[in-house]
Write a protein of this length. Sequence first.
Length: 291
Amino acid sequence: MSRGRIFVLGLCAWSFAACARDLEIGKSAAIAPGNDGGIDVSAPVDTSLPPPPVDSAPPPVDSGVDQATETPPGTLLWKSDLEIGDFSEWTADGPAIGGAFSNKYVTKSVSGEQTHGGSQAIKISFDTSDGADDHQVEFYRQVESSPAYYSAWFYIDGPHTPTTYWSIFFFFYSPANNPIPGHGLWDVNLNSKMIPEFFNETNMRTTASTAMAYPVGKWFQLEARFSYLPSQNGQLQVWKDGIEILNVPNLGMAPGDNLYWAIGSDNDSMTPSKCTMYIDDAKISTTRVGP
C-alpha cells in the first residue's frame, strides 16, 4: 500500500474516533464548539501539512521481448556492387579466396547498360551456335566456415531454353588453393521452362522448385542459405525474390573441404543461341538479405 493511501486512511480513522467520542457523551460538535473535548469546526484548517508523496516514475512497460535472448543484428561479410568499375571486389583477396574466370567462348565486362542498385553491373555475353561443349563464366568466393547467406541479382535479356543444363548459381570444391578448375557439387539451374531447380552433382539428382519461370527483361534475386560442415551432411535453402523455392537437406559429402560459391553462367547450348545477362549486388551475410 502506498504512503498516500496510509495517510488518507489514518485521517479518516482519526475523524471517526473524534465523532464517536462526542456521540458517546451526548454532545454535538456543532453546538458545543471547543467544550468538553468537542471539535470546533469554526477553527481554521491547518494547511501546512505536506501532500502525500507521489511516485512520478512510470511503471515498467513489458515490450514482449526477452532482452537476454534477443537476436543480435546481422553482419554483412562481403559485397560487390561493381561501382568501382572493375572486378577487384571479387579478385582483390587473391585467387584462393575469390576471383573471376571465363573460357574463350564467353565475354565478361563491367557495364552500365542494365543495373540493379547503382550505375554498374556484370555483363555476360555468349553465343552457343559455335558448337562448343561448355560456355562458362563464374565469379566465385570461398564459402564461410559457418552457415551464411549468399545472394545476387540477375537480369536475362529474353527467354532461353537450354539443351541440357544452365547453371547460374552454384557451389563447388577445389582440391588445391587455386580453385580453377573447380569441381561442381550443388547447382541452382534454369531448366527448359526457365524455372530454377536444384541439381546435385554428387549423385546426379534433380530437385524441382516451387518457383515460376524467371522474369524476362526484369531483375530477379536468388538467395541461398548454405550450411555445411566437414564430415556432416549440409543443407541448402533457396529464395527467389524473397520467396522460398527450395529446401534441400542431406546434400552429401564433398570430396574436399575447400568449398566455393559462384555465380555466372555455365551451359552447353540453348535456343535462342545468343544470350546477354547481367549480375549485380552480390552479397554474403550472416542473416537474410532479402529483395
